[in-house]
Design a protein around this ligand. Structure first.
Ligand SMILES: [Zn+2]
Length: 316
């Protein structure tokens, strides 16, 4: 199947074609015919996830888990539809996210505040609730077993307070959602990968995000899977860059503190400049125009997230 990326050990990513190619990955973990779907993508991506499972010879009834790293709608919007199609699946979610999956109305309202009504509908599709009896909360230290293969959850605040990362005991690899940044494949140069932080609203917490990154690195994973997009290797190098770039975001926000009506525009300008600097430093194989196209959504979201962080009274 096109857009299905196998990484070995039963792990693969399916491109759910959100906004563009290779922006949003749904990861699949298959062990002895049983499957876990890690993040759901949006409701629009659900047919692609089911097609990917079929190509891996996994029936919807063989899906044991739909695992959410956090409840931002590009990761969790399709969960209700997937749960409706996979009758034996349990939905796992951070304790802070569970009620939003059982009753998604508040989550949708928060998204409408950021994107507006029409865009929210177009982008995320129909977000279905999940029956409370099928939801398993995964706080720090929670474990599940996929056909005997252990997965352990770590509380991972910093991008969002409802974020977990999970470690696959067999490989030592982590599924990080948005905690390990945005690693678009367009940035790859001679097989070298890069990652850039996502500070999207409204719970960006720079010290917590760096702690969450370092906690994963301390366990020396050989690979980390990020939603945007897929498997990254060499986590130590990428993690060091991520921590440096988180600090750079904080510095941009501090410079824009008190900028009044200009603040959002100045933040976007600062983030775009940081991207161009990093592109030169790392020699990303992209023109400035291509770079801004690849990160168009993220420049806006990171700026909004820094505004929310400034308004929360943090830093300073
Ligand atoms: Zn997110």
């Amino acid at each position: 199947m096109q857009g299905l990326y196998p990484y070995g050990h039963g792990i693969s990513a399916v491109d759910v074609l959100y906004e563009r190619e290779r922006l949003n990955a749904v990861h699949l973990l298959v062990e002895r015919g049983r499957a876990a779907i890690i993040d759901s993508g949006t409701a629009h991506g659900v047919p692609r996830v089911l097609a990917a499972l079929e190509s891996l010879r996994v029936a919807p009834s063989d899906v044991d888990y739909v695992v959410l790293t956090h409840v931002h709608l590009d990761h969790a919007g399709g969960a209700g539809q997937l749960m409706a199609r996979c009758p034996n699946a349990v939905l796992t979610v951070h304790p802070r996210g569970a009620r939003h999956m059982i009753d998604p109305r508040r989550l949708l309202a928060a998204t409408v505040r950021i994107y507006g009504e029409e865009t929210t509908r177009r982008v995320y599709g129909e977000v279905l609730p999940v029956a409370a009896g099928r939801v398993l909360e995964t706080p720090e230290g929670a474990r599940i077993s996929l056909a005997g293969r252990a997965l352990q959850f770590f509380d991972a605040p910093g991008h969002a307070r409802h974020q977990v990362v999970l470690r696959d005991a067999l490989t030592g690899h982590f599924f990080a959602g948005d905690t390990f940044g945005l690693s678009y494949r367009e940035l790859d140069r001679d097989g070298r990968q890069f990652s850039f932080p996502t500070t999207s609203p409204s719970q960006f917490d720079p010290p917590a995000l760096k702690r969450s990154i370092r906690r994963m690195l301390a366990l020396e994973p050989q690979a980390i899977y990020v939603t945007h997009f897929g498997q990254v290797r060499d986590p130590l190098r990428l993690g060091a860059d991520l921590c440096r770039l988180i600090d750079a975001h904080v510095a941009i926000a501090e410079r824009c503190r008190g900028a009044g009506a200009q603040r959002n525009a100045l933040l976007r300008k600062g983030i775009a400049e940081l991207l161009r600097e990093e592109s030169r430093r790392q020699e990303w194989p992209l023109s400035d125009d291509e770079l801004m196209r690849v990160f168009a959504i993220d420049v806006d979201l990171n700026a909004q997230g820094l505004e929310a962080w400034l308004d929360s009274g943090a830093g300073g």
